[in-house]
Design a protein around this ligand. Structure first.
Ligand code: A2P
Length: 268
């Protein structure tokens, strides 16, 4: 499995298991299975309420902790230095780990206001970022980043950041490819990650994607995941089905440049 190297030398596997909507009592089994079939990167969040189960899955898989990359996220509603610092300690406790490999600000705005309120919480995100920088300096986090940030959110964070965000996790799939933001991030040394690469499952019923998958002799989900990898992104497919999890890790085929262009033009 390919890995990216973050600016501070930390290695991050390019394929991760997404765990959004996986209940805490199912997370351990799902994560353990994913690790057994080759995943080395697990993506969770405080908001998913499954950090405990994810931690149990990682510990019980019988792989050295240092060989597994765990991402979590400070809840979108936390927009204050003290609460952010406390929430990081809480994530460490729930996961039962000494460090988290990557911590992200889940969203520039609380979810209830996301893309509805013109106020983008610039000052508040700067305060949350400071708490994350300090946790990183204390060895609690190995790397820090953001999620769902647009270019201006990133620029305002950078005004006070001592450590540049290393990753931006964004919504990206065939039919919804925010190329301008991806290019901006890559130009600025920020690795992008695609969440919901299968469009929450909607891609599975798209005839154009199905035809292209058939051409390559792969499943629709595999084509969707490979598409994000070839955009130079980390892909975070979510699944609780053991066979899907196994299949989603087998993506070492190559989509031609011509077909990548076609897929980039598909509408949602
Ligand atoms: P399941 O959990 O049954 O595998 P996304 O990652 O874009 O949010 O998509 C998640 C959805 O895609 C889930 O409903 C998941 O269902 C489904 N899915 C993921 N991988 C596959 C696969 N290989 N084949 C079929 N469905 C899949």
């Amino acid at each position: 499995m390919n890995s990216f190297t973050l600016p501070n030398g930390v290695s991050m596997p390019q394929l991760a298991l997404g765990t959004w909507l996986i209940p805490d009592n199912q997370a351990a089994d799902t994560v353990r299975h994913a690790i057994l079939v080759g995943y080395r990167h697990i993506d969770t969040a405080q908001a998913y309420e499954n950090e405990r189960g994810v931690g149990e899955g990682v510990r019980s898989a019988g792989i050295n902790r240092n060989d597994i990359f765990i991402t979590s996220k400070v809840a979108a509603e936390i927009k204050d230095y003290d609460l952010a610092a406390k929430s990081i300690d809480c994530s460490l406790q729930l996961l039962q780990v000494d460090f988290i490999d990557l911590m992200l600000i889940h969203c520039p705005q609380p979810w209830a206001e996301y893309e509805k309120n013109p106020y983008r919480y610039q000052k508040e995100n700067q305060a949350v970022w400071r708490a994350m920088e300090e946790a990183m300096q204390a060895g609690k986090l190995r790397a820090i980043g953001i999620s769902n940030f647009n270019q201006s959110d990133i620029e305002s964070l950078m005004q006070t950041a001592q450590i540049k965000p290393m990753v931006n996790q964004i919504y990206c799939h065939i039919g919804h490819t925010p190329l301008e933001l991806i290019n901006y991030c890559h130009k600025n040394g920020i690795i992008t990650e695609a969440y919901s690469p299968v469009a929450h499952g909607r891609a599975l019923s798209n005839q154009e994607i199905a035809t292209m998958a058939e051409k390559y002799g792969v499943s629709i989900a595999q084509l969707c995941i490979r598409y994000c990898l070839q955009l130079g992104m980390v892909a975070l497919p979510k699944s609780t089905n053991p066979e899907h999890i196994r299949q989603n890790a087998k993506v070492d085929f190559v989509i031609s440049d011509e077909d990548m262009k076609l897929l980039m033009q598909l509408a949602d």
